[in-house]
Write a protein that binds this ligand. Structure first.
Ligand code: HEC
Length: 154
């Protein structure tokens, strides 16, 4: 009887721990911000890493847009692949855990949209189609910037 009670207590404790981890993963490391957005609290290095990725995003968007204008579909595919999910391969797990689930979804969706642009540029080779895909992708940039800011932990 005693064993069953101990077992039950352990199961309950594990369940609580699991819920806590799931909650943390969903909510991320957030705090109220100095404006209407949600502040994501990161270490200095983590914040710098994301901001670097952001500047690369801008370089990618510019490059893909220019390649579309030049009707260089090979270059469209190459640059969008580089900005696709491949770029997340080395994303640190500890950093991912600090990012709210909704922000992660927007981030990964943006990467996947780059991959889709790349795939379609290779098969369809239609610049207008790629242009429309890039227009849609940039709405993700706008949506995320409207919702989140990055602050350094004190
Ligand atoms: C998943 C969320 C998210 C997406 C998607 C996103 N950004 Fe950002 N970006 C941010 C956040 C958060 C900041 C920091 C804003 C702040 O702290 O005020 C930022 C900052 C930036 C900066 C400033 C970098 C610096 O050095 O200060 C640039 C440039 C940028 N983003 C470009 C882009 C472009 C272009 C896209 C789309 C291709 C994009 N971002 C998509 C979240 C996102």
């Amino acid at each position: 009887m005693q064993n069953v009670k101990v077992l039950k207590a352990i199961i309950i404790m594990l369940a609580i721990a699991l819920i806590a981890v799931a909650y943390k993963f969903t909510k991320g490391s957030v705090a109220p911000s100095n404006d209407t957005r949600i502040a994501v609290v990161l270490s200095k290095d983590e914040r710098n890493l994301i901001l670097k990725e952001m500047r690369n995003f801008l370089i990618s968007v510019q490059g893909v847009s220019e390649a579309i204008s030049n009707n260089d579909m090979h270059q469209v595919a190459k640059l969008s692949t580089e900005a696709g999910m491949k770029a997340e391969e080395n994303a640190p797990g500890a950093l991912l855990a600090k990012i709210p689930l909704e922000m992660k979804k927007l981030g990964f969706d943006t990467r996947q949209k780059f991959d889709q642009i790349s795939a379609d540029a290779t098969t369809l080779k239609d610049p207008l189609h790629s242009r429309k895909q890039l227009d849609a992708l940039m709405k993700n940039c706008i949506a995320c910037h409207a919702s989140y800011q990055l602050v350094e932990a004190k």
